[in-house]
Design a protein around this ligand. Sequence first.
Ligand code: TXA
Ligand code: MG
Length: 320
Amino acid sequence: MNENAPDIGKATEIIRNGGLVAMPTETVYGLAADACNDRAVARIFEAKGRPQFNPLIIHVTGVDMARRYVAFSPLAEKLADHFWPGALTLVLARREDSAISRLVSAGLETIAVRAPNHQLAQKLINAIDRPVAAPSANRSGSISPTKPEHVRDSLGAKVDLILDGGRCIVGVESTIVKVDDDAITLLRPGGITKEEIEQQLGCAIATADKAATIEAPGMLASHYAPNAQIRLDVTKPKNNEAFLGFGTNTIESPNALTLSTDGDLQEAAANLFDCLHRLDKMAEKHGLKGIACAPIPMDGLGIAINDRLSRAAAPKNDGI
Ligand code: TXA
Ligand code: MG
């Protein structure tokens, strides 16, 4: 018996009754609800304060479960075979008889689906025997949670249960690709790099332009944002700024944290959101003006890290 087994039983009951469970995944914690229950899905939007036009990802145990709700082209099948369970979300055509709530996909004819690579998430979905819809378990627009306490701080009593799976090992959200038959487009960079996907497929993949990404990934300019103002590509922070270091760009200061002293992008991704949470608290406590961030190389996982940092730095949207 696993020590978390009782929680899975409780979590299953909560989801079956239309409640909300914070579910650990390898990327970030998700705010999970029964994807086939309109009212439960509506509760996710309400708890997050999320704009209804921003669709959600459904989480499945694997291809067999996904097939009940979406159509797989041979290309989609190849990607799922190789990358699932894992940090790759596939946007696929909704099956006509799909039981997934229309609220999940905000009226689109496609559904975003992934199989998380985390034992607790797998156990939970398996026990419910249908998909859970789960956006990151934070207030809309703020920093994503990679530890149970991040969820508690952001959503508190709005969650019925937090399944404690420790810290998330990947630390940035999944990569999202849209697959139309044999065409593939990258919608959001994430835990699996574009190069890994290209290597697997043996061809280059296109990145959606900014206008197209509004259509769906709800890729709002301001997202993942701490309260403090973020300044990017800084090597020398000002006296009144907290500092997020990387590699050789580190400083000795009680107001500084480093993503990875070795310049390791995987370690940096895993630490990113936790560092932002902590620096935000430091900035507030010590009355600092903002958070300065060291430059991160634009390759591999650095692309997802820079994507999140630039959204964290963007001017905030009204009410989002
Ligand atoms: O790693 C992750 O993906 C985490 C964990 C919990 O799985 N989830 C996550 O969910 O990041 P969320 O809701 O924060 O981001 C989901 C993204 C949004 O940008 C949304 O617009 C996009 O997926 N999306 C959902 N359905 C879509 C669809 N049908 N077409 C295009 N994009 C879609
Ligand atoms: Mg999110």
